[in-house]
Design a protein around this ligand. Structure first.
Ligand code: ATP
Ligand code: ZN
Ligand code: ZN
Length: 641
């Protein structure tokens, strides 16, 4: 068939890691098999019926973004060219530029290996060295169908193209269906590297075949590419999935299923500290905590509207004794039940109902990731029932202040506020009630403005029942993620017919503010691991101090030291393994334990410890009483932020 370069020596699946030795050349300009530069088409790389289009560009005159987009798009052609040489039967999908480079989707006879990527990259560099022009041409539909008759995905793309609007691009022997937007020749492509392979469905639909998506990074200069790689490296270094495993914070097992996190003792400790701290802050602010079931009858979620609007993200229905039950995807209906359990008078408002509530959401497989996007989660949730918009404003303000306080304590600074609005054209996703949306939006804007918080609006990001303020954080991988959220809701009160007795003795409808301050414990801990790179502040560190006896005879004193700290609920362990002291110190360092208390004869005698502090090293001998005091103070200081 037309786009295949026939007769190119068949690439053998890598046996040895020494692929470069087998196929040397790398960036040299000499073609591997010069005889094969013969074109499959008589008219120099494009069929006779194709009409060339002049596309010369003065790259230097273009804005950088466009120049990069052209380089990235052009590099994708080189990748497809190389792939067809590796696998003559490869089926080509699409290959667009992205904001750090490009990708191309392929259906291949087997999974790609790192060695394949190295080979492909070298092959691409050969085309770069040849400075082959990119030649655009328009072709008839008939010609295109013939040319790509063995490429089912190209044929699928052709279905959407009208005769007269079909163009292709050729460089050397390779021709692809293409809208255009290249550099002039392959020598202008910039600095690139193939980085990874991921699965992707054709046209993004699970109903279609799964393809292998090869990613490349591409920047104008080697320096920019290197800077990007450093950034990737930093992301890997801070990756909570890696650190979470090393520090024994959580595990994900095949047996428990994706997105179902197992919190190990260290993780459970961090989680408990966060929860206690936040519950105390909520108690100070007039919240009352409840405990409600994660399973309810399906009917509850039909009434709330979740079944209509959120059904795809729910676990399937469970049936027992003629009833249908579901795992809750949100806690709102449960808290509404609490509210409705008695008839309230206006004097009781605002009524703040809080719970670390566990929720279950069937997140898409491709999106589930570590602890930051999971399927079973516990949200720092609360619902504040208000009598009128003025009270809503005051409560939203109070929540924003609580959030700012919490970020201060946690030392988080890398965030911005997003005003999440409905898409008025999407009647499917959002409750249709324009007046309610307008009122909610205006109210949230007023509070943000009053507090002088910068924010940006985002259409199509609202909850299905109302607009929200979301707090967007940057993850180590450079992705923005929602952490905290505040939502104004006129919808559920109507849906559930909620009422209270007003000052006038009549019945009125309340308004609900939904809010999550430290998000789900899962996402929060993922973020904190990355933020601290595992070096948790003392109050959150799973093990706050390790006592290391130098010899066995120092164990009794080591236990005494541990006891003195435990009296103040400091989390301390004695490392009584039969290991050398240096090995114990190294292990404690790897586990990022904030304090090491080393005890030998002299320390026992002086009722002191030899103190080593994480990040600061050896502090010499310090009296035990002083160490206890120092740790206590440091742990409790966070409350004063
Ligand atoms: P997202 O846009 O991230 O899917 P959402 O808008 O569905 O979130 P809410 O229903 O408001 O989120 O849930 C409250 C908070 O719970 C979110 O702001 C987010 O911090 C957190 N959260 C939501 N889904 C997940 C998940 N799958 N894993 C971990 N945390 C989550
Ligand atoms: Zn192109
Ligand atoms: Zn809610």
């Amino acid at each position: 068939r037309a786009i295949r370069s026939r007769g190119w020596p068949r690439y053998r699946p890598p046996r040895s890691p020494c692929l470069r030795a087998e196929k040397p050349g790398g960036t040299t300009s000499a073609p591997l098999v010069p005889a094969l530069r013969r074109s499959p088409h008589p008219a120099g790389g494009f069929p006779a019926m194709a009409t060339p289009i002049e596309t010369h560009v003065d790259l230097a005159s273009l804005p950088k973004e466009e120049r990069l987009a052209r380089m990235r798009h052009s590099a994708a052609h080189l990748l497809a060219e190389a792939m067809l040489e590796l696998f003559p039967d490869a089926e080509l999908g699409i290959g667009p530029p992205i904001d750090t480079g490009f990708y191309y989707d392929f259906r291949l006879p087997r999974s790609l290996t790192p060695e394949d990527l190295a080979w492909l990259e070298n092959r691409m560099r050969e085309s770069v060295a040849r400075r082959l022009p990119f030649q655009m041409a328009s072709i008839s539909r008939e010609e295109a169908l013939e040319r790509w008759k063995n490429q089912p995905f190209k044929l699928d793309l052709l279905k959407d193209l009208e005769d007269g609007a079909i163009t292709q691009c050729t460089h050397g022997n390779f021709t692809d269906l293409c809208k255009g937007g290249h550099v002039n020749h392959t020598g202008e492509i910039g600095a690139f590297k193939l980085t990874s392979v991921a699965g992707a469905y054709w046209r993004g639909s699970e109903k279609n075949p799964q393809l292998q998506r090869v990613y490349g990074a591409l920047f104008e200069t080697e320096e920019e590419l290197a800077a990007y790689e450093r950034q990737l490296e930093e992301a890997r270094r801070r990756d909570h999935r890696r650190i979470g495993k090393e520090l024994k914070i959580f595990e994900l097992f095949d047996e428990t299923g994706p997105g179902h996190v197992v919190w190990l003792p260290n993780g459970a400790t961090i989680r408990r500290e966060l929860q206690r701290w936040m519950e105390d802050l909520e108690l100070e602010r007039g919240y009352r905590h409840v405990v409600t079931p994660a399973v309810s009858k399906r009917q509850l979620y039909v009434k709330s509207g979740h079944w209509d609007h959120f059904h795809d993200a729910m676990y399937p229905v469970m049936e027992r004794e003629g009833e249908e039950y579901v795992l809750r995807p949100m806690n709102c209906p449960s808290h509404i039940m609490v509210f409705a359990s008695e008839l309230h008078s206006y004097r009781e408002f605002p009524i703040r109902i809080a719970e670390f509530g566990n929720m279950h959401r069937w997140e898409k497989s491709g999106q589930v990731s570590g602890m930051s996007r999971v399927r079973i989660m516990t949200l720092n949730d609360a619902h504040i029932f208000c009598t009128d918009p003025a009270m809503v404003e005051a409560e939203v303000e109070g929540v924003l202040r609580l959030m700012e306080h919490a970020y201060g304590v946690l030392g988080l600074r890398n965030y911005r506020y997003r005003l999440s609005l409905a898409d008025p054209d999407d009647k499917e996703k959002y409750v249709d009630n324009p007046e309610m949306w307008q009122q909610g939006e205006a109210l949230l804007r007023r509070v943000l403005d009053r507090l002088g918080l910068n924010y940006f609006p985002a259409v199509g990001e609202a909850a299905f029942y109302g607009p929200k303020i979301d707090v967007q954080f940057m993850t180590a991988a450079g992705k923005e993620e929602t952490l905290s959220t505040i939502q104004v809701d006129f919808h559920f009160p109507r849906q559930f017919g909620l009422e209270y007795i007003g000052e006038d003795g009549e019945r009125h409808q309340p308004i609900i503010v939904h809010r999550g301050v430290i998000s789900t414990l899962e996402r929060m801990v993922a973020l904190l691991i990355e933020e601290y790179e595992g070096n948790f502040p003392l109050w959150l560190a799973p093990v706050q101090a390790v006592v290391i006896p130098i010899a066995d005879r120092h164990q009794p004193y080591a236990r005494e030291v541990a006891g003195a700290l435990r009296q103040y609920r400091l989390r301390v362990e004695v490392d009584d393994r039969n290991e050398r002291m240096n090995a114990k110190i190294r292990d404690a360092q790897l586990q990022k334990v904030p304090y090491m208390l080393i005890v030998g004869d002299r320390e026992a005698e002086a009722r002191a410890v030899s103190l080593r502090v994480r990040g600061e090293g050896d502090q010499g001998s310090v009296p035990l009483a002083e160490v206890v005091e120092r740790l206590r103070r440091e742990r409790d200081e966070r409350l004063l932020v």
